[in-house]
Design a binder for this molecule. Structure first.
Ligand SMILES: Cc1ncc(COP(=O)(O)O)c(C=O)c1O
Length: 382
């Protein structure tokens, strides 16, 4: 008999909804990936590097040229200097970076605070390290940190807090004032942070992303994680990075070298070339996705869904309480896919204990204009 180490884990809702979308021919606005390609020059560079023989293991820490580009981008974006050799590690995806950071510092019996609704990889990673997730709900209206709940959740066993800004699934941003408040709250405690910032360049309405990298009091205890997949429209490349102070980076690399050893070599060469040649890509990203958000929200205005345009990420939450209040959100997502041809993600799956009566589904707007128009047309007749 197998004694599962993750008895509560089954097939994720993302896989299930994508499968249902494929089976029924529905438009897939569920899983978070673009239905368009990354930049041509970036894709061409991969072929070039494979043809020119960049096909063997890269350094365990990541290709130096790519780590240098990451440090340069951080300097441009946040005015912060990080050392490419001792603070930046390239990983096969942000998910692997998060896993390695957790394994590096979480011991049996440690508690890790996560904010619900939260990304699904955190809890299994904590459990495999022998730790336990303590779930703290974000505010129901604006998905901001509830400071009383967070304070109440702290115990002598709390070893880590996982932040996610911009936040999946709500699109909410953490402000500098909130980072200050967090720094004050944990100043005298032995607590690490993971700051999951994979959507760092998807922020709208001129509001800047506030990175933990730019908050020295928090950065000295943090692993800051990002994903080239999100930033360059290539989620299937599963290439990300983690930035942490040298002592934490050293511990993270001890794990990373035995989980995967290194990332995929030609992809790292291609990303390094593209980042050097096109630094403007990240500056143009907010405008690029804001146009999609605005178009999608305009198209959905005549519908019976209610929503507030998101501040960040490429997800839009919509409330369906006026349409099918009788359905819970999992049933609603299935109904929308089967009966109306649009696959979505129910928000309850991001919670340990979903709030009573919440009626929200998540739509991904990282889609071509024609996909967004077709989806909105279907959603407006419900
Ligand atoms: C909040 C969050 N963190 C991490 C990831 C994973 O990124 P990657 O594909 O680079 O592993 C995702 C992907 O959806 C995400 O939404």
């Amino acid at each position: 008999m197998i004694i599962s180490k993750l008895p509560n884990v089954g097939t994720t809702i993302f896989t299930r909804m994508s499968q249902l979308a494929a089976e029924t021919g529905a438009l897939n606005l569920s899983q978070g990936f673009p239905d368009f390609d990354g930049p041509q020059a970036l894709r061409d560079a991969v072929g070039r590097h494979i043809a020119s023989g960049h096909n063997q293991y890269s350094p365990m820490t990541g290709l130096p040229a790519l780590r240098t580009q990451v440090a340069a981008k951080i300097a441009r974006s946040y005015g912060v200097h990080v050392d490419a050799d001792t603070e930046v590690t390239i990983t096969p995806g942000a998910t692997q970076a998060i896993f390695c950071a957790i394994q590096a510092v979480i011991h049996a019996g440690d508690e890790v605070i996560v904010f619900d609704p939260c990304y699904d990889s955190y809890e299994p990673s904590v459990e495999l390290a022998g730790g336990r997730c303590v779930h703290v709900q974000l505010g129901l209206d604006d998905f901001s940190i509830d400071w009383q709940k967070l304070t109440d959740a702290l115990t002598p066993r709390t070893r880590m807090i996982i932040l996610n800004t911009p936040h999946n699934p709500s699109g909410a941003l953490i402000s500098r004032a909130e980072l200050d408040q967090l720094a004050a709250l944990i100043a005298d405690r032995d607590i690490y942070l993971i700051s999951d910032e994979v959507y760092e360049h998807l922020v709208y309405d001129g509001v800047p992303h506030v990175s933990v990298l730019s908050h020295p009091e928090l950065y000295h205890r943090a692993f800051v994680v990002s994903s080239f997949g999100k930033t360059y429209h290539v989620t299937g490349w599963k290439t990300g990075y983690v930035v942490a102070p040298p002592a934490l980076t050293a511990e993270l690399r001890k794990v990373h070298q035995y989980v995967s050893f290194c990332g995929v070599t030609p992809l790292q060469y291609a990303l390094a070339d593209y980042m050097a040649a096109s630094p403007e890509h990240v500056e143009e990203l907010p405008g690029f996705y804001q146009a999609k958000r605005d178009l999608f929200c305009d198209l959905l205005k005549p519908s019976r869904f209610t929503f507030t345009p998101v501040a960040g990420t490429y997800f839009q939450l919509v409330d369906y309480a006026h349409i099918r209040p009788d359905l819970n959100d999992v049933d609603m997502a299935v109904w929308l896919t089967r009966e109306h041809g649009v696959a979505t993600i129910p928000v309850s799956v991001f919670y340990q204990t979903p709030p009573e009566g919440q009626r929200l589904v998540r739509l991904c707007f990282a889609k071509r204009e024609e996909t967004l128009r077709e989806a909105a047309e279907k959603l407006c007749v419900i």
